[in-house]
Design a protein around this ligand. Sequence first.
Ligand SMILES: [Zn+2]
Ligand SMILES: [Zn+2]
Length: 222
Amino acid sequence: MMLYVKIKEEETAIFVFFFIFLFTYQHLNIHRMATATGKIRCVICNKGKSTLRCGGCLKEFCFNHWEPHRQQLNKQFDEIEINRDLFRQSLTEQTEQPYNHILIKQINKWEQNSIKIIEQTAEELRQVVLKNINEYTHQLEKKLNELTNQLRQSRHENDFNEINLRQFQEELDKLTKELTKPSNISIREDSTPFISKIYVEVSSKCVTCSLINENLTIYRKL
Ligand SMILES: [Zn+2]
Ligand SMILES: [Zn+2]
């Protein structure tokens, strides 16, 4: 009876030991064997040793090279956190100063460029008009002098009638009209748009929204 109990205890102990071993084996992913020496090769040193298998990259690492691999992953994790902080900062700036958004800047740039083009074109046209105004003002000056001489002469000689008066008046009207609206210079407006118009298109599809949805899906799966 006593012997039987003792055997049962030993069996139990063996079972417990077996399960602990199995649990540890699975938990740490310790892989042995597969080489001539019965060990898997480490991906870093290529030596057949007891190895740990990384659940992410599925590569085998010996105990010496397991920690550096984890350190490398930690380093990458740190970088992601730093980038997250930078993004947090950018998002805060964006919220506080929406007028600094790149799309707003794009519209501002279009506005500035358009104004610049209009200003340049207006200035070029002004120069063309001014140059021609100078020339025709000179012509008007000459014609006014001629009319003045005729008037003085007529007054001096006291020799004029209704016909002369009408001619003088017509000549003066003609010069006045020339002064305000030159017959050889005109401004024409093109029917086609000079500045290309820009549009803002807002689509119902939102990349960020779908990203968030995807992430939510992934987390749900996990
Ligand atoms: Zn190694
Ligand atoms: Zn890995």
